[in-house]
Design a protein around this ligand. Structure first.
Ligand code: SF4
Length: 690
């Protein structure tokens, strides 16, 4: 038997950031084994992590650069590919260029792409998929607390006296955080779960609040109404650590937010809302946990503000077992945001519109000309609208590790947008749906073939370690970007020799990371930001003494409930909502190439309430037509009493029944997140009218 080598690294899927050992034999990763010293997952893994080796050596991996000539993709050398890209990108004005970075790649790769966009392309038209999952968190919590990140740590959840989960199917999407929720319950915590679907996460609930998708603000305001009415608010915390309470109180104490009226909007019995309010306020420490059920709405920022308001009036912040805890989707969403892969900020959320910040980065980088102007760029969702509505304004795009032709809402609209791009570069590990539109495709390494860091959902910065060589000629994302930058005349600014050199440059410019380096990160624990000096042990719990706002006070943002942008009517009588499943990940590029995971769930489905299905004459497993105002798709029906009557659900991993053909490109006006969680749909038997 060949010698086995064990290389400690980090799971490439969700934002939990579980560590494991990659098992290497004859220079190839052949398996995954437990790494018990991880404080996050303590050696445990969910199925995705358990089989995270299976796609690495897939025969589908991209292995050589490809240029499209006469409609055909032709293998070329790196020199030819990078020269071709540089010559084409140079043809366009900065305002015609845009770039997408990635929550799947490392902090160092994101920093490189951010520097490339601002220093080489001279544009702030830079974004990534956080726009689609947690941009409302970044905007909402930054306003409330001065920081848009999870306030407490993952291990801390197990010490809560009350767990309030809203819009997060934690046991399927972040299973090793679900384990901490379960541990809290096992120690006696009250467990409240609010969601339109009865999921496996609800199976542990002491109190299940099944509510209509899109009624979150009504529910949260109703909880606050009941807490204030019963005198359960934390008066001392409100007085000492917050501002704006009277406006909040005036709004939530309106009669429309009393229990009876909120019950009518949400579908939750008044007594259950009252019990939840009691437990949240009076248990001795409540952790509020949410995910995309809260964020992916046209009122996503209002939803996030409402979660913050609830925890502020009950004093559930700045102490163990409490907090507002948004669970980030992809492994490095937090890091990609931290690295400034956003149209409005440099690393560390330093605003591009601030002239002093602009000068700080221009001076540090030393480009011969000025960097991108002090003007916010376009969000990815807005880029798609501009490409369709104003053809010729944006002309070229560089995409690293994203697949908008599966992940973005209203895919027919996205296709129209991509048809209007003159020059497109896609850099990835597999050929994906977006590659159909690419002029150049570049092969990148995967997580097991690179050194680097990620920042998981709890702000923990942890290491990735190279376990095997990349297939063919695939290279690190940052190396590819550096090669293109050099061809465009900026070799000196991208002359890094290693990922740790990039990290050091980034840490110098990013206050939250100032005290970190690879030597300090070479531990099972990693470090939580903010970590401002070499002696700083990091900060697992934020806001202990004061908030990160200018005056140290948390700010109440009162929010009225508003209905989703598209609600059911006679023609489209059901609510349509989307999400993920336990065995697959996002656009399926990795999990659908993992034979074990693919075998578990080989295709998609639409979940329909059993009474609704009976009325429609639809049987379990039957192919049906699902139709919204944007498209019709054929998909197998899954009939279930677990989903609320009037609501339907689809996972969005499957290209053959792509949920995002149906979703609605209506955006939150502040953060521009789409409303994936609620639009109107009709279901018909195939052969009947659509
Ligand atoms: Fe990977 Fe998330 Fe599962 Fe942990 S919980 S093993 S990070 S997918």
């Amino acid at each position: 038997m060949a010698d086995l080598k064990y290389v400690q690294s980090t799971c490439p899927y969700c934002g939990t950031g579980c560590s494991f050992n990659l098992v290497v034999s004859d220079g190839k990763v052949v398996g995954v084994s437990p790494y018990p010293r991880s404080p996050v997952n303590e050696g445990k893994l969910c199925p995705k992590g358990m089989y995270a080796n299976e796609f690495i050596n897939s025969p589908d991996r991209l292995t050589t650069p490809l240029i499209r000539r006469d409609g055909k993709l032709v293998p070329v050398s790196w020199d030819e590919a990078t020269t071709f890209i540089a010559e084409n990108l140079k043809k366009y004005k900065p305002s015609e260029r845009c770039a997408l970075s990635s929550a799947r790649v490392s902090n160092e790769d994101n920093y490189a792409m951010m520097k490339f966009a601002r220093g080489v392309l001279k544009t702030n038209n830079l974004d990534h998929c956080a726009r689609l999952c947690h941009s409302s968190t970044v905007a909402g919590l930054a306003g409330s607390f001065g920081s848009g990140a999870m306030t407490n740590s993952i291990p801390d959840i197990a010490d809560s006296k009350c767990i309030f989960i809203i819009g997060s199917n934690t046991f399927e999407q972040h299973p090793l955080i679900g384990r901490r929720e379960y541990m809290a319950k096992a120690k006696g915590a009250h467990y409240i779960y609010a969601d339109p679907r009865r999921t496996i996460t609800s199976s542990q609930a002491d109190l299940f609040l099944q509510f209509h998708s899109g009624s979150d603000v009504a529910l949260l305001n109703g909880l606050m109404h009941d807490i204030i009415k019963n005198g359960w608010e934390d008066k001392e915390f409100i007085a000492k650590r917050t501002k704006g309470y009277e406006e909040l109180k005036a709004l939530v104490m309106q009669e429309k937010y009393n229990l009876e009226n909120v019950s009518k909007v949400t579908g939750i019995p008044p007594a259950d809302i009252h019990t939840a309010a009691d437990w949240i306020a009076n248990s001795g420490g409540c952790a509020l946990i949410y995910s995309m059920g809260i964020t992916q709405h046209t009122v996503g920022v209002d939803n996030v503000h409402a979660t913050a308001n609830l925890q502020m009036i009950t004093g559930n912040l700045g102490k163990p077992g409490t907090g507002v805890n948004p669970l980030r989707g992809q492994n490095n969403v937090q890091g990609a945001c931290d690295m400034g892969a956003l149209p409005v900020s440099f690393p560390g959320y330093q605003k591009v519109t601030d002239p002093a910040v602009h000068q700080k980065f221009a001076d540090a980088w030393g480009f011969p000309e000025d960097i991108a102007p002090t003007q916010n760029g376009y969000e990815v969702t807005v880029m798609m609208n501009v490409l369709v509505d104003n053809p010729g304004e944006l002309k070229c795009m560089y995409i690293m590790g994203e697949n908008p032709l599966m992940s973005d809402p209203d895919l027919n609209h996205v296709k129209e947008a991509f048809e209007n791009i003159e020059f497109l570069v896609v850099q990835d590990i597999f050929y994906n749906e977006t590659c159909d539109y690419a002029d150049v495709i570049l092969p990148a390494v995967c997580y097991a073939e690179r050194d680097g860091t990620q920042t998981s959902t709890e702000r923990r910065v942890i290491r990735w370690r190279k376990a095997q060589n990349a297939p063919g000629e695939a290279l690190d994302d940052w190396k590819i970007i550096s090669m293109v930058a050099a061809k465009m005349g900026y070799e000196k600014q991208f002359a890094w020799k290693s990922a740790s050199e990039i990290f050091d440059e980034m840490a110098t410019l990013t206050p939250q990371y100032h005290g970190m380096n690879y030597t300090r990160l070479d531990t099972p624990e990693g470090l939580h930001w903010p970590c401002k000096t070499p002696e700083d042990p990091g900060t697992p719990i934020l806001h202990k003494e004061k908030f990160l706002t200018a005056d140290g006070l948390a700010v109440f943002f009162p929010a009225e409930w508003k209905a989703p942008a598209e609600v059911p009517d006679d023609e489209y009588p059901f609510v349509f909502t989307t999400g993920r499943c336990l065995f697959h990940w996002h656009t399926g590029t990795m999990t659908r190439r993992s034979p074990t995971l693919d075998k578990e769930v080989p295709t998609g489905w639409i979940e329909i309430n059993d009474e609704d299905a009976k009325a429609l004459g639809i049987n379990d497993g039957e192919m049906v037509h699902a139709t919204t105002r944007r498209a019709t798709i054929s998909v197998p029906a899954r009939i279930s009493p677990q989903i609320m009557k009037g609501t339907t659900f689809m996972p969005f991993h499957f290209a053959e029944c792509a949920a995002n053909l149906l979703t609605h490109n209506a955006l939150d006006p502040v953060c521009k997140i789409p409303e994936y969680k609620a639009c109107a749909i009709k279901i018909t038997k195939i052969g009947e009218g659509q």
